[in-house]
Ligand binder design. Sequence first.
Ligand code: F6P
Length: 320
Amino acid sequence: MKRIAVLTSGGDSPGMNAAIRAVVRTGINQGVEVIGVRQGYQGLVDGLFTFMDAGSVSGIINRGGTILHSARSMDYKTPEGFQKAVDNLHAAGIDGLVVIGGNGSQRGNYELHTKADFPVIGVASTIDNDLYGSDYTIGFDTAVNTALESVDRLRDTATSHDRIFIIEVMGRSRGFVALHVGIAGGAEVVLLPEMTWKLDEVVNTLEAGYKRGKKSYVIVVAEGAAHGETLAKQVEAATGFETRATVLGHVQRGGTPTAADRVLASQLGGFAVRHLLNGKRGVLVGEQNHAITTTPLEEVWSKDKPLDPEQLELVTVLGA
Ligand code: F6P
């Protein structure tokens, strides 16, 4: 290979820049040219290619977001758009592609691998941490810590005013962020999209705590499990306790990546390039059991990563 490309796709996640830096500098170290594709798969369709040198990734390891920008491209999903993307890759003399992103992004990567037989490799990056093939994904640690800071602040107000706080965190279909924030924030109740839960059970838990003298509560909900504002109204009506909702939203996506995310991103990005240059393709580079691993892209998008059952039990036992 003489020239490889890198793109970031889907929701931005803190540490994506560190991964771009690792891809660019490892590529240069291994003697290949590196092209940055702007705006994810849309940039492949539109041919938004930029030559990256070592200096182009200076001073970004500590920055959230992605210098290459990101998008959720609809054009790429059409047969015409997909063909344009493939043609543009060939026309630019690109021999391999590194895709830094989450589930949807790795699905798009799989399409290039199977339908166009293009050499691709994925790097596990999403704040949701819902990617099969990586115990932790780039950005998850930062997002959890960002949300946790808010939970700690809201706990102060919950305690001072004897209130219930419902805190809605990101996670449309998976509850990894909510589960980790719930454990680390000492939440009394955690509601996840993977659970079937009933308002009555939540109310019973709160009332049981009240009988023991508990006066304030923090309930962490994933956005896919409940709508924070609606739940707050229902809980207040059912318990008579003053209840407030805070929806954290996109504040969880940006911001300075933690050391853990920077190290993970640097390792995965560097490994992905070396692996691609060694002739490997069609896999996701992730971290499992503290080792860098590869998983076929087909498994990545077709399999669900389970929540840790011990953590699920823990959050219930400790929140009681
Ligand atoms: O996948 C990352 C994520 O932040 C999810 O947690 C959230 O549900 C979704 O993206 C929000 O997407 P958008 O920024 O497109 O509204």
